[in-house]
Design a protein around this ligand. Structure first.
Ligand SMILES: [Ca+2]
Length: 491
């Protein structure tokens, strides 16, 4: 029990700060975040034998007779505004049934969908691009190298933020999964989480660890503020919870897993979760006892990797357990919901929490089965751990703005944004519609001055556009423009 003492001191320090001190709830709040995992250890299960029809999939509750109905996912028909940026995929958006059911027929501890993920309700989201994988150490390092950003876990907390805290507790660090070597009761997460000085995204297991050799692993120990800083730099943003779930379902409806009905279809592992005996013995039967590199398991229907297991993922929604009830009570289809106005978790009412999604490598049906799609997690906003990461989305507007800012040089957005405009080749015999990436005036601007720092992912479409326009305007045999003539700077 000796290792519990620092945590008690930290909690005590936070208490001395008083409930009115609503700055960083350091560091007790960072220890509180894994509580996400606790509330789920109850009895539930799935019964997929109930009725199915073309549009509806339902589960009957044996105990209550209540039926939970997932209706068909109806994707938008609108096409993507342009070629997906590298590492991203277009998610069409549309209308879908959001939330989780909790058919109670199976008595597997931990297999509960959770009351905060009910009722199932109808939601519409616009289309967007989404990162195929969570952000990796390599990607985050590039962001830090470019901006000099310092994550919250790397910052030394000040006495001003935590009045009364003993100096020895005012150290930079983060929370690391530190399993006991023996079985423990699952009623106290302090038995397997430790606040470790010097743990941060560069040192995921503590000061003696590094990210050398794990560049393709998810970045961890990122607090919410860290993720939004990255997203701004990348000209993206975090997904709303609704966007995240629409994407996770991959076009399916009412399935317990992002890939379908069975946890291990054909005996195949589909996600990095926890096998063995939680928390003291991880068998690693799925190939990994800890975090896995990204994209080690099959993608979902939209080509997204790791939408279940590996690391939790931040979303931009504040957490409230009754938010789905609010939406359902309002009736109709919730349009692009962005979460409640503020956070409230009755279990820790003084903490400000955002929604986490997807579960992690520590999720298990013995304790927390929230690798099941539709279920929810939550995290205090200043707290990162080594099982929480994130991925970004890029809206249609952000995509167009990214193109505009990349082009720059005073060209007007209303000119730049005429993407995929069609021009007709001026030949009388066989009009050919050429899909161009940008309008002629923009091309003229490109040729005139050259464009600095144009993202590489824009280069090829623009070069193709220039070649197509040259072809279309040439009266004779094909005369394609050379990329060297475009004046495009590929740096
Ligand atoms: Ca595993």
């Amino acid at each position: 029990m000796r290792k519990m003492e620092p945590h008690r001191q930290q909690r005590s320090a936070a208490r001395r700060a008083g409930p009115s001190e609503r700055m960083r709830p350091w560091p007790a709040a960072r220890m509180a975040i894994p509580l996400v995992l606790i509330a789920m250890a109850t009895v539930i299960g799935w019964n997929l034998s109930a009725h199915k029809s073309t549009d509806r999939v339902g589960w009957s509750h044996a105990s209550s007779g209540q039926q939970i109905v997932f209706e068909r996912t109806v994707p938008n028909m609108a096409v993507a505004p342009g070629p997906a940026p590298p590492g991203m995929v277009w998610i069409p958006g549309g209308e879908f049934s959001m939330g989780a059911s909790d058919p109670p027929q199976m008595d597997h501890v931990g297999m509960q969908a959770a009351a905060d993920a009910r009722p199932v309700h109808r939601v519409y989201v616009d289309g967007f691009y989404m990162d195929k994988t969570v952000v990796t150490n390599q990607q985050f390092a590039k962001f830090v190298a470019s901006t000099g950003y310092v994550t919250i876990a790397e910052r030394t907390p000040s006495l001003a933020d935590f009045p009364g805290a003993p100096p020895e507790n005012l150290v930079a660090g983060s929370v690391v999964f530190s399993p006991p070597d023996h079985a423990v009761a699952l009623d106290n997460h302090f038995q397997w989480w430790r606040y470790i000085r010097g743990a941060d995204w560069r040192h995921p297991l503590g000061p003696d660890s590094s990210i050398q050799g794990i560049e393709k692993y998810p970045v961890v120990h990122v607090a919410y503020e860290d993720t939004t800083a990255y997203a701004r730099w990348a000209q993206k943003r975090l997904p709303t919870e609704a966007e995240w779930e629409f994407a996770a379902r991959g076009g399916l409806s009412g399935k317990p897993f992002v890939w379908g009905d069975l946890f291990r279809p054909g005996g195949k592992w589909m996600a990095n979760t926890y096998q063995g005996h939680f928390p003291d013995h991880n068998n690693g039967e799925d190939g990994y006892t800890g975090i896995a590199p990204v994209a080690q398991y099959p993608p979902n229907g939209y080509g997204l990797y790791d939408m279940a297991g590996n690391v939790w993922q931040w979303t931009s929604d504040w957490y409230r357990p009754d938010y789905y009830q609010q939406l359902a009570h309002a009736g109709g289809v919730a349009q692009n919901p962005r979460g409640p106005e503020s956070s409230f978790d009755p279990l820790e009412p003084n903490q400000h929490k955002k929604v986490h999604r997807g579960g992690s490598f520590l999720c298990t049906d013995q304790y927390c089965s929230r690798y099941m799609v539709g279920t929810r997690g939550k995290g205090e906003v200043t707290t990162g751990t080594n099982h929480v990461g994130f991925r970004c989305v890029m809206t249609r507007e952000q995509f167009l703005a990214a193109m505009g800012s990349a082009a720059g040089r005073g060209l007007r957005m209303n000119t730049l944004c005429k993407i995929n405009a069609a021009i007709k080749q001026p030949t009388p015999t066989a009009p050919v519609v050429v899909r161009v990436f940008l309008t002629g005036s923009y091309v003229k601007g490109l040729r005139g001055a050259g464009i600095p720092r144009l993202p590489g992912w824009l280069l090829q479409p623009i070069r193709r556009c220039l070649a197509d326009i040259s072809t279309a305007r040439s009266p004779g045999p094909t005369r394609r423009s050379s990329p060297r003539r475009t004046g495009v700077n590929s740096s």
